[in-house]
Design a protein around this ligand. Structure first.
Ligand code: SF4
Ligand code: SF4
Length: 197
């Protein structure tokens, strides 16, 4: 009984605008044409490891199951190989839908907590937004701190060796100041933010 209660979802719990929103980001207007044939799931090399197969993610997105789609591990396991997109008889841009879902999940902070790929993507983007460059060491430090701090201890010897050999530095990489590039970077981000609205 409990199991049944947990899996039942009522229409009132769904987001009626979710499919259009994701289709808009992914330029995937054909999303609604999905015939649930499962070709995408069959072609996907990582579907056995996903909590929902690509076919199910498309069905959930179309039905407005926003929370479930955004918090699934599927979208973070997607390797962007485009097999599904090539095999889809309805030319649905499934890979782009996966990207759109990732983007939305980061924005709404709905990704699986402590799932490294989601945190990595968010921290990478935050560093590039602020400094115009990514610094490997700082990215790794933030990734571990926000996912599994104890694992950082295990990697500390390797980190120290890389540091001593000059392969990793504490200095933050950033675009040169006073060259106008900071302004150019801001212009790019402003354009991306406008496109995202
Ligand atoms: S291959 Fe295309 S039509 Fe078939 S289930 Fe996947 S998304 Fe839908
Ligand atoms: S693009 Fe992603 S969802 Fe599609 S087949 Fe490749 S890994 Fe699977």
């Amino acid at each position: 009984m409990d199991e049944i209660t947990r899996t039942v979802k009522y229409e009132a719990d769904t987001d009626p605008h979710f499919a259009e929103e994701i289709a808009g980001i992914a330029r995937g207007e054909t999303l609604r044409a999905c015939i649930q044939c499962g070709n995408c799931s069959g072609a996907c090399p990582v579907s056995p490891y996903m909590d929902y197969t690509p076919r199910r993610i498309i069905a959930m997105t179309r039905a407005g199951f926003k929370r479930e789609a955004l918090s699934s591990t599927t979208i973070w396991l997607c390797a962007s190989c485009y097999n599904c997109t090539v095999e889809c008889p309805k030319q649905i841009r499934i890979t782009d839908v996966m990207y759109a879902l990732k983007q939305k999940a980061i924005k709404e902070r709905l990704y699986p907590k402590r799932f490294p790929v989601a945190v990595l993507a968010r921290e990478f983007s935050a560093a590039v937004r602020q400094f115009g460059r990514n610094s490997e060491l700082w990215l790794i430090i933030y990734l571990y701190l926000k996912t599994n701090p104890f694992a950082m201890l295990k990697q500390s010897i390797l980190g120290l060796r890389l540091f001593l050999q000059g392969r990793m530095g504490l200095k933050r990489e950033r675009i040169p100041m006073g060259t106008g590039k900071k302004g150019d970077l801001q212009t790019i981000w402003n354009a991306l933010d406008r496109a995202d609205r």
